[in-house]
Ligand binder design. Structure first.
Ligand code: IMP
Ligand code: MG
Length: 178
């Protein structure tokens, strides 16, 4: 793997697709143990989580449902701390076990807002599955139940994650070069 340039910034190889795949498969095993008889609803947060969700859901071999929502909270390489509304929640989640599928948990602002918005709709349980977690940046109390990989507090792209909309299609993770 070599460096890549997106817009004005250079990114260097960080985590290979093999390592990502292995960590997703390990995570899938844990989720299977917890949910195989529960018919959960996976709520995938677009756009960033599309590639993670696709890989994760393919290796889950039990009955489940999926739906997709959108929130918008991020510009450039720093979290704005602002989160707008949830778009596209078409399913009734009352009394259902739900799992929110995210690309990355950074400050936690987005996931906190999501959980607070979904809770009043009375799901039987809410858990969070994120491909990436930045433990040094995360400032909230909500438990991140399932994180495939913990990473350092660096800006990363690839595997669904973008820098101003570029890089989502890259099949590995790259980090911003200092
Ligand atoms: P949070 O609200 O600060 O936790 O940030 C969550 C959202 O910001 C994620 O769902 C991503 O869309 C975006 N984000 C956070 N860190 C990164 C990163 O390193 N690369 C690309 N997007 C990121
Ligand atoms: Mg996201």
């Amino acid at each position: 793997m070599s460096e890549i340039k997106l817009h004005d910034k250079v990114f260097e190889p960080y985590i290979t697709k093999e390592r990502i795949q292995a960590s997703i498969e390990a995570l899938a095993q844990k989720i299977t143990e917890d949910y195989k008889d529960k018919k959960p609803l996976f709520i995938v947060v677009l756009n960033g989580a599309f590639m993670f969700a696709s890989d994760l859901l393919k290796v889950l071999k039990f009955d489940l449902e999926v739906c997709f929502i959108k929130v918008s909270s991020y510009h450039g390489t720093r979290s704005t701390g602002e989160v707008t509304e949830i778009i596209g929640l078409s399913k009734n989640i009352e009394n259902r076990p739900i799992i929110i599928v995210e690309d990355i948990i950074d400050t936690g602002n987005t996931i906190e807002t999501l959980v607070n918005t979904l809770k009043p709709k009375a799901p039987s349980s809410i858990k969070i599955a994120s491909m990436l977690l930045k433990p040094e940046a995360y400032k909230k109390d909500i438990t991140i139940d399932y994180a495939a990989l913990e990473i350092e507090n660096k800006f990363v792209v690839g595997y669904g994650l973008d820098y101003d909309e570029l890089g989502r299609n890259i099949n590995a993770l790259y980090k911003l070069k200092a």
